[in-house]
Write a protein that binds this ligand. Structure first.
Ligand SMILES: CCCCCCCC(=O)SCCNC(=O)CCNC(=O)[C@H](O)C(C)(C)COP(=O)(O)OP(=O)(O)OC[C@H]1O[C@@H](n2cnc3c(N)ncnc32)[C@H](O)[C@@H]1OP(=O)(O)O
Length: 225
């Protein structure tokens, strides 16, 4: 069943409830990976979770929420796996565009992101950098999808500590745009670096903010190439 949510006041209240549900689901996920309670308690909680999952599944959308216009026509993507406030999988990452059109996000990974002992899984870092590079090319006016992504892991990325992720557009050629980014300690020490090539799908060209590309993505209009 498809549920169309239009940005009315009630829809905003419902979204706020979903955001809170997602926040609690993230806390639950961390509790699951850290719990040391006895097996009987684990089994009991699992049964409760099965019941909760059934309650939520009583009315299902066909797919997660995607790009939509919020109040005041502001684009958002609350279902996004990286930035979506209504997606338990998301950190959620809050990305800011600087006056220089680079992008920056302050973040802190959680225990649920663990890979090697005491550090974050490399694929999780890659996911964050993929998104941030995508935001950087969009902020520069060249929105696209990832074609290739290259990572250099310099040091273990810790969870539970404040980190900074930044990215910037580097160049563009035809429908291809390059960007670079990194996850660093607050003092600027780089932990993981990424460079990526993004391709603007041919169907996006010639469209700007307010038309299909702009309204769906909330990104800068596609620049002339
Ligand atoms: C603001 C929000 C930011 C969000 C960021 C999130 C980033 C993501 O996760 S996106 C999801 C992951 N990526 C994808 O799903 C992409 C899947 N791939 C595709 O859709 C297509 O292959 C696509 C669009 C990349 C290219 O298809 P198409 O437009 O037909 O490309 P095509 O005409 O063959 O090639 C165009 C140019 O790009 C180059 N190119 C195409 N694909 C790649 C690639 N994967 N790597 C390198 N170069 C490529 C071609 O060589 C060609 O170059 P040239 O013009 O010099 O000959």
């Amino acid at each position: 069943m498809t549920i169309d949510v239009t940005p009315t006041e009630d829809a905003e209240a419902r979204l706020a409830a979903l955001v809170e549900l997602s926040r609690r689901a993230r806390a639950l996920a961390d509790a699951v990976v850290l719990t040391d309670v006895p097996e009987s308690e684990v089994t009991a909680v699992a049964a409760e979770l099965a019941a909760l999952t059934e309650r939520l599944g009583a009315l299902r959308r066909e797919s997660p929420r995607s790009f939509e216009l919020g109040p005041g026509g502001v684009p958002r993507n609350v279902g996004n796996a990286v930035t979506g406030s209504a997606n338990p999988h998301a950190l959620p990452l809050v990305v800011r565009v600087t006056p220089e059109r680079t992008v920056r996000a302050e973040l802190s990974f959680r225990p649920v992101h663990a890979g090697p002992p005491a550090s974050v899984h490399g694929g999780v870092s890659a996911m964050i950098l993929d998104h941030l590079l995508g935001e950087a090319v969009a902020a520069a006016g060249f929105p696209g999808v990832t074609g290739t992504l290259t990572l250099r892991y310099r040091r273990p990325v810790p969870y539970g500590e404040p980190l900074v992720a930044t990215a910037e557009y580097t160049r563009s050629e035809g429908r291809k745009t390059w960007a670079e980014g990194r996850i660093a300690l607050p003092d600027g020490t780089a932990l993981a670096e990424a460079s990526g090539l993004f391709v603007t799908p041919a169907g996006w060209l010639g469209r700007g903010a307010g038309d299909e590309t702009g309204s769906k993505s909330g990104q800068a209009p596609v620049r002339e190439r």
